[in-house]
Design a protein around this ligand. Structure first.
Ligand code: CAO
Length: 462
């Protein structure tokens, strides 16, 4: 056992930030990354995480004290001296989307929650251990409940990231919790009291939608003792899974999305791809179907610019943000869960370069080495499960994008050419679009256009 100081890590441009909540006391046993204290500047709320698992020795700050990077907030007993490669250098505090240099990977960056309403998309940074944390200084996505509350004109709850996570875990809508903390902040006790109240009088919480029908008044998540039915093993969720669970649930609930299916005849394209790959194998060139699809999508985004937009309903004057750039995200399956690396300016790159970048980003994603910057700023996402199988699926839009293209496995099918059936290689495309921005006709046109481009890539030149 050894005693270590708990220091405030790199918190970006913030200094002299007031402590607004102390969540642990001497003797508490904590896991690595567990939130210890919350800080709140005029722009953001941050949790300072435990640098290692161990037992809290003392906490030397109290609510109202001010701290900066390097301030000691207490001590803890840890089982063994932290390894030399333990995380000590959190990511650069500025959101790295505009930076040419990717932010370094971090493990214990403090989680940061938006206080301002113009929250930007969440960014996750992978640690050397392969798990994920919101990057320091990055703004975490507001929860579905926050957005719902804002959309229906309700109040915006003030709570630290850990309290938001705790509320999410319990399925609690923070907008409905009475705050007792300093500056109207919601504390753990407030959430517990809310849950207790809800459990004691379920009838009082259930009919909240009956009046106006505008709230998301969901039943609590079923609490089941699975051991009653057989043996179980409890496996903690990876950070990436926790983060994506919250994002996916928010996107699923908040976006009125419709999925449109299309089929592209890629017989000639696949023959071309195989031919080039055979010709240039020695040069190390490997064109993938995904790279051609990215190329086709970039071309379609130019023709249908509303697909390259984001909806801003929170501004005084709601608007569509039309993007003049074309960054394409693609879903990559990794041992830690799904991540979405982003290819910058994909419209300006050739198919070979797109294929090489996809391969490189996907490999780094699987190794847990992507930086936050490499997962930010996408205009449109492609989720290809074609290498695995599938005949079609309804992907969930990656907010604040307005559409996502799902790609399944191409198969040979008999296609009627007017006189006979011809064997053709058919690629299933599933486009999910946000109906607030994209009508069914536009989505069908977009899908048909992408299919036409894939059937004859010369059209990309038009
Ligand atoms: N139809 C038929 N076969 C396909 C295909 C398709 N649409 N796409 C790929 N294949 C085949 C190809 O034969 C390819 O091998 P060759 O190029 O040597 O012929 C093989 O599958 C392997 O492809 P791959 O999946 O390794 O490579 P990729 O470029 O197609 O995809 C990546 C890369 C990162 C998208 C993929 O590895 C991956 O992670 N896919 C899963 C994404 C996911 O989980 N999506 C669901 C998210 S929830 O919405």
């Amino acid at each position: 056992m050894s005693t270590i100081n708990i220091e405030v890590p790199d918190i970006g441009d913030f200094s002299d930030v007031p402590v607004i909540e102390v969540m642990v006391k001497p003797g508490d046993r904590v896991e690595a990354d567990a939130p210890l204290v919350s800080l709140e500047s005029d722009k953001a709320t941050m949790d300072i995480p435990a640098p290692h698992a161990g037992v809290i020795g003392q906490i030397t700050v109290k609510v109202g004290d001010r701290v900066s990077q390097g301030s000691v907030i207490g001590t803890m007993e840890v089982g063994e001296t932290p390894a030399a490669d333990a995380p000590t250098a959190p990511a650069a505090p500025t959101p790295a989307a505009t930076s040419a240099t990717p932010a370094p990977a971090v493990a214990a960056a403090p989680a940061v929650a938006a206080v301002a309403s113009n929250a930007v998309p969440a960014a996750t940074t992978q640690s050397a251990r392969g798990d994920y944390a919101p990057a320091a200084g990055m703004v975490a996505l507001p929860s579905a409940a926050d957005i719902a509350a804002e959309l229906v004109g309700g109040k915006k709850a003030h709570a630290s990231p850990s309290m938001r996570a705790y509320a999410r875990e319990l399925g609690v809508d923070l907008a409905r919790v009475k705050a007792s903390g300093p500056k109207g902040r919601i504390t753990r006790e407030d959430i517990n009291a809310f849950v207790k109240g809800a459990l004691q009088s379920p009838a009082t919480s259930a009919p909240a939608t009956a009046g106006g029908g505008s709230g998301l008044d969901l039943l609590p998540w079923p609490k089941v003792d699975f051991t009653k039915f057989g043996d179980i093993e409890r496996k903690p969720l990876s950070r990436i899974r926790k983060l994506s669970a919250a994002n996916l649930a928010r996107n699923w609930v908040m976006i009125p999305a419709v999925t449109y299916h299309e089929e592209a005849d890629v017989t000639e394209l696949e023959a071309f791809r195989q031919q080039i790959n055979a010709e240039q194998a020695k040069a190390g060139v490997k064109l993938t179907m995904l790279a051609f699809i990215i190329k086709a999508v970039c071309s379609a985004l130019k023709k249908f610019p509303e697909f390259n937009s984001s909806i801003d309903l929170q501004a005084e004057e709601p608007a569509l943000i039309m993007k003049q750039y074309c960054h394409i995200g693609f879903a990559a399956d990794t041992p830690g869960g799904l991540v979405v690396p982003v290819i910058r300016d994909a419209d300006r790159k050739g198919v070979a370069q797109l294929a090489a970048e996809c391969g490189e980003l996907a490999a780094r994603a699987r190794d847990g080495k992507l930086s936050a910057a490499e997962m930010q700023g996408a205009c449109f996402t492609i989720s290809s499960v074609g290498g695995l199988g599938g005949t079609g699926f309804a992907p969930i839009i990656n907010a604040p994008e307005v559409a996502i293209l799902g790609v399944s496995r191409s198969t040979m099918k008999p296609v009627w050419d007017g006189s006979t059936f011809q064997p053709r290689l058919i690629l299933p495309l599933s486009l999910t679009a946000d109906h607030r921005v994209i009508d069914g006709a536009a989505a069908t046109r977009f899908n048909a256009h992408v299919a036409a481009l894939l059937a004859d890539m010369r059209r990309v030149l038009m």
